[in-house]
Design a protein around this ligand. Sequence first.
Ligand code: SAH
Length: 358
Amino acid sequence: MIEPLRTALENHNFVPLRKYMQWCNEHYYSKQPAIGAMGDFITAPEISQMFGEMIGIWIISRWHQMGEPERWQLIELGPGKATLMSDILRVLKAQPKLFRGLELHFNEVSPLLRAMQENILSKFGVKAFWHDDLNLLAPAPFIVIANEFFDALPIQQLVYSMSGWLERGVMLAGDKLEYTTREISDPYLLENVNPSRVPVPPVPGNMIEDCPMLGNYLRWMLCMQNYPGSALIIDYAYTQHTYGDTFQAVHHHQFADPLERPGWQDLTAHVNYAVISDFARKHQLQCAGPIGQGDFLRRMGIEQRAQNLMNGPSEPLEKIGIMEAMHRLTDADEMGTLFKAICLSSPQLPMPEGFYAP
Ligand code: SAH
């Protein structure tokens, strides 16, 4: 059993879901190569370079729309194996003015992945910085990219019962972990999770989720009110406040029981994009989307790019691979609709490309 989970269970035999997910994932991301064929899951940039290339084209367009700032920051949250940023930088390199003024900033919890990112990205000759706290970034125009990042951040869950809302957590029963509930000890919990946002009254057993760290990142993004900024978020997401339990585990590319192997498998939850669009409305930020990843990539030109790659000097097997990758990224029964793009920006900016039909 990983620390500090073991100590917390010994002391209280109740660990709130948020803490369980946080401790497990911190351990998980710092201990093993999670992403890729040998790991537990494969992300969009690991499927094909076309994903990062489309994001690169999107960034160029957004930089133009932001008035071509001379000095600007490209910020990536949770860069994983740096594949996405490598594909993006190859595209950006073709734009000398944009590339000259570029500074890279990263937010990465795992020392293992951070070392890998430093190593891979040093080849591009761009100044790069890693931060635990984005509030320390100097004020400058910026673009944020977050692909499959927010789903890895810890969620809290409330469960409705005959006596009202209860907090969900885990406990040890014998030598196995089990779900349990307790009375809500922190009054802010009910306020933050805010079940009253769901338009249907709850019945016992209904669950509702909230990701407190998403709120922290959104509050940081309020700096978009002061200087030009834009954040492109892509994740598996739902778009309306609703009841449900999206807490899940993936181990060696298969769904698994989230309470098995704590700290040794990937724990995620779907991202509630209604929280993001509500936040934008409340603070008068521009919000584009959400739209399906498939529509977004097609509008950014992925079909044309796939065609060009296939017309290049590729073997027949590679050609099939390119088509397969494109379908995986864009088809409705693959990643095309479950994964969604949403974009928050400074209010004065034009609508970003990819979010409306050309
Ligand atoms: N964006 C990458 C990786 C997604 S996996 C891709 O598309 O391939 C999630 C990433 O977020 C990993 O790099 C992981 O280490 C990082 N991460 C998870 N929790 C984090 C946290 N609390 N703070 C910063 N980074 C975190």
